[in-house]
Design a binder for this molecule. Structure first.
Ligand code: F6P
Length: 360
C-alpha cells in the first residue's frame, strides 16, 4: 500500500504577491505524483510551527488562488536572531518547532520566505529536519537565485506609481522623489526606475553625493526639462553617511529626525539649491495585489520543482532559478548572504549610457 506523504507548509516574513501561487504549484505537483498526501498549513509563519497552530488543508484549498495576493496561511516576522532566545514563558522555540514537526510525523517542511526566513530554515535543517525553501521577496536579495517571486509584481507597481508621478511632475515642472522599498538592496528601485524612465536612481549600493544629484537636476533644466523624477531606494545612503564608522552611523539613525530617507534628501536639496521637491512613497502597495504573469509562471515552476524534490526525497535546499533553469542550492550556501546590486553590473553601465544619473 502507498504510504501517506505528510508535508508542512509555512509562509514567513513580509508577504508578497505569488505566495499562494507558489503553494498551489507545490500542492498540484504533489497531488499529480502521489496518491496520498496530507498537507498541514502552519498559521502566521514560524509562529504556527512554534505554537503548533496549524490546519489541515485539502487540495481544493489550493484551487483558485493562483491570482490571489497575500497568503492563505497568514505570515509574521519571527527574527532569526531571536530563534535561540526563549519566549516570554521560557519556551525553547527551536525545540518547540522540532516537537511540532515530529508530532505530526512530517516528511518535509516547505518554507516560503526571504533571507531571514531561509536562515531559520537552514537552522532547522541543521537540527535534522527535512526542509525545502522557496525564494520569496519583493527585494530580490536572496543569494543563489537570479529571481525571487514577488519581485516582478512589485516592479510593476513601483513602475506604475512612477508613471503616474511622471505626468503630474511634467505638468507642474516639479522634482519628485519616489521612495521605493527594497530594504538594504536596490534591485527594485533599479528595475522600476529604468522601467519608468527615472532621471536619477539612488541605490544603497552606490552612495550618492548631494551636489551630483543637484547637478543632474540642473543639467536637465539647461536642456529645457524642468521636471525630474528621482527613484530613491528606501536604503539609499549619502557618501558622507556611508563613510561614517558603523557605530556612528547607527547612532545617527537612532536620532534620525526624518520619517525616511526621501524626506532628508528633499530637505537637503531645498536647502542647498532652493529647488522644491515633492515626495511620493508607494510603500506597502508594492507588496500587494495579484501577482503579475511573470510571477505566476515563476511560482508555478518553483512550486513544481519543490514537489519533484519531495517525491524524490531530496531535502535541505532552496529551489532557485539561474539562467532560466529551475534548480536547487543547499540552504547553508545561501544563509547569511545578501545578493546586492554590483555597481559594476552591466545594467548599471547601460543605464549610465542613456544618461541616468546615480548621483555619484
Ligand atoms: O522585505 C520586504 C519589505 O517590503 C522590504 O522591502 C521593506 O523594507 C520591509 O519588507 C518592510 O517591512 P514591514 O512590512 O515589516 O514594514
Amino acid at each position: 500500500m502507498n504510504r501517506t506523504t505528510r508535508i508542512g507548509l509555512l509562509t514567513s516574513g513580509g508577504d508578497c504577491q505569488a505566495l499562494n501561487a507558489t503553494m498551489r504549484g507545490v500542492v498540484k505537483g504533489l497531488c499529480s505524483q502521489l496518491e496520498r498526501v496530507e498537507i498541514y498549513g502552519f498559521e502566521e509563519g514560524y509562529k504556527g510551527l512554534i505554537y503548533s497552530n496549524y490546519r489541515m488543508l485539502s487540495p481544493s484549498d489550493f484551487s483558485g488562488i493562483l491570482t490571489q495576493g497575500g497568503t492563505i496561511l497568514g505570515t509574521s516576522r519571527q527574527p532569526y536572531k531571536l530563534m535561540r532566545v526563549p519566549d516570554e514563558n521560557g519556551l525553547d522555540k527551536v525545540e518547540a518547532m522540532k516537537h511540532t514537526y515530529y508530532k505530526l510525523r512530517l516528511d518535509c517542511l516547505v518554507i516560503l520566505g526571504g533571507n531571514g526566513t531561509q536562515k531559520t530554515a537552514n537552522l532547522l535543517k541543521q537540527e535534522g529536519l527535512n526542509i525545502i525553501g522557496l525564494p520569496k521577496t519583493i527585494d530580490n536579495d536572496i543569494w543563489g537565485t537570479d529571481m525571487t517571486f514577488g519581485f516582478q509584481s512589485a516592479v510593476d507597481i513601483a513602475t506604475e506609481a512612477m508613471d503616474c508621478i511622471h505626468t503630474t511632475a511634467a505638468s507642474h515642472n516639479r522634482v519628485f522623489l519616489v521612495e521605493i522599498m527594497g530594504h538594504k538592496v536596490g534591485w527594485l528601485t533599479l528595475h522600476a526606475g529604468i522601467a519608468a524612465g527615472a532621471d536619477i536612481i539612488l541605490l544603497p549600493e552606490i552612495p550618492y553625493d548631494l551636489d551630483k544629484v543637484i547637478q543632474a537636476i540642473e543639467a536637465r533644466k539647461r536642456q529645457g526639462k524642468d521636471f525630474t523624477i528621482v527613484a530613491m531606494a528606501e536604503g539609499a545612503i549619502s557618501k558622507e553617511d556611508a563613510a561614517l564608522p558603523r557605530k556612528e552611523y547607527k547612532k545617527k539613525m537612532e536620532n534620525y529626525p526624518y520619517p525616511s530617507v526621501a524626506y532628508e534628501l528633499a530637505d537637503r536639496i531645498k536647502e542647498k539649491s532652493g529647488v522644491e521637491v515633492r515626495i511620493c512613497i508607494p510603500g506597502h502597495m508594492q507588496r500587494g495585489g495579484s501577482p503579475c504573469p511573470y510571477d505566476r509562471v515563476l511560482s508555478t515552476r518553483l512550486g513544481a520543482k519543490a514537489a519533484e524534490l519531495i517525491v524524490s526525497k531530496q531535502y535541505g535546499v532552496l529551489v532557485n532559478i539561474v539562467n532560466n533553469e529551475v534548480g536547487t542550492i543547499p540552504l547553508e550556501e545561501i544563509a547569511n548572504k545578501l545578493k546586492m546590486v554590483s555597481p559594476d553590473a552591466s545594467i548599471i553601465k547601460e543605464a549610465r549610457m542613456i544618461g541616468i544619473s546615480f548621483g555619484d
